[in-house]
Design a protein around this ligand. Structure first.
Ligand code: ADP
Length: 267
């Protein structure tokens, strides 16, 4: 039986009467179709990403330009506003530098250039080396940040620097999105692993947004995130790092009650 390949190739179910070679050509075509669809999707994502980056860069740059122009147009002599405008321009510069740092991290991770250095290290010493800074930051906002008691001898396996980035990102978010109450770091030891939880009594995440917060640039409230110096990239970076540790980042949240981010590390 002759089959018109060009007409019938897109059929998903294979015609049983086809000769093996024609079957193979059809399978190859379907595979290529999938590859083409995949490439098209990739291209669309790339275009979207460039659009997002340009948009994110534009906002602080426009703001800085606006404040500086207003100052040059005369506000510089106005003592009531000159300092305020300079502070606002400075804040936008800081946001811009956070964004560029996160973009560099993300591009290193996604291009496979992120170097990881895995080793065993003591979890208590590790946390002690940086958490105090955030205890002070939380205190400054009227919040209490605590590490619940845990076995001081636990050693975990991972990349210390990258894990510090994970912890600081999650702790900073907990501080940023909590107006009152506390932030807790809990360590639960299991046979061969350690469960780490970072919880807060903050604003929580609406159920409709929870599956999307790990996407690049996804923010529940863009204005609030920018106001507190967010880039919308932190959790995308956290997710990559945790996955590189063969683990998964999980989140539970209740609107206006708080959120809990958790992940497992190998012991
Ligand atoms: P951002 O720089 O905006 O904080 P992230 O990628 O770290 O970006 O987080 C993405 C979004 O997830 C945030 O904009 C915020 O809406 C939400 N989010 C993250 N952590 C928390 C938290 N602890 N409580 C409430 N919302 C959070």
């Amino acid at each position: 039986m002759r089959t018109n390949i060009s007409e019938n190739l897109t059929e998903i179910s294979l015609n049983k009467n086809l000769k093996p070679l024609e079957d193979e050509i059809r399978l190859l075509y379907l595979k290529n179709q999938n590859d083409i669809e995949y490439l098209k999707k990739l291209e669309k994502m790339r275009t979207q990403f460039i659009g997002n980056v340009s948009h994110e860069l534009r906002t602080p740059i426009f703001n800085i330009q606006g404040y500086l122009e207003t100052l040059l147009d005369g506000a510089l002599e106005d003592e009531k506003v000159n300092r305020l405008f300079l502070e606002k321009a400075n804040k936008n510069t800081i946001n811009l530098s956070h964004l560029l740092n996160d973009l560099i991290d993300l591009s290193m991770i996604e291009s496979g250039e992120m170097r990881m250095s895995f080793r065993y290290f003591n979890l208590k010493d590790f946390l002690d080396s940086f958490v105090d800074e955030y205890v002070q930051l939380a205190k400054h906002k009227g919040l209490i940040l605590t590490i619940c008691d845990f076995n001081e001898n636990i050693k975990v396996f991972g990349d210390k620097n990258k894990l510090q980035q994970v912890f600081t990102n999650l702790i900073q978010n907990a501080i940023k999105y909590t107006n009152e109450g506390e932030i807790k770091i809990t360590i639960e030891e299991e046979a061969k692993k350690v469960l780490i939880k970072i919880s807060d009594t903050g604003i929580g995440i609406p159920p409709a947004d929870i599956d999307r917060i790990f996407e690049r640039f996804y923010r529940v409230d863009k204005a609030r995130s920018r106001e507190v110096g967010g880039t919308g990239l932190g959790l995308a970076i956290v997710k990559h790092i945790i996955e590189a540790h063969h683990s998964k980042i999980r989140v539970k949240s209740e609107l206006n009650s708080g959120s809990e981010f958790s992940f497992i590390l190998k012991k």
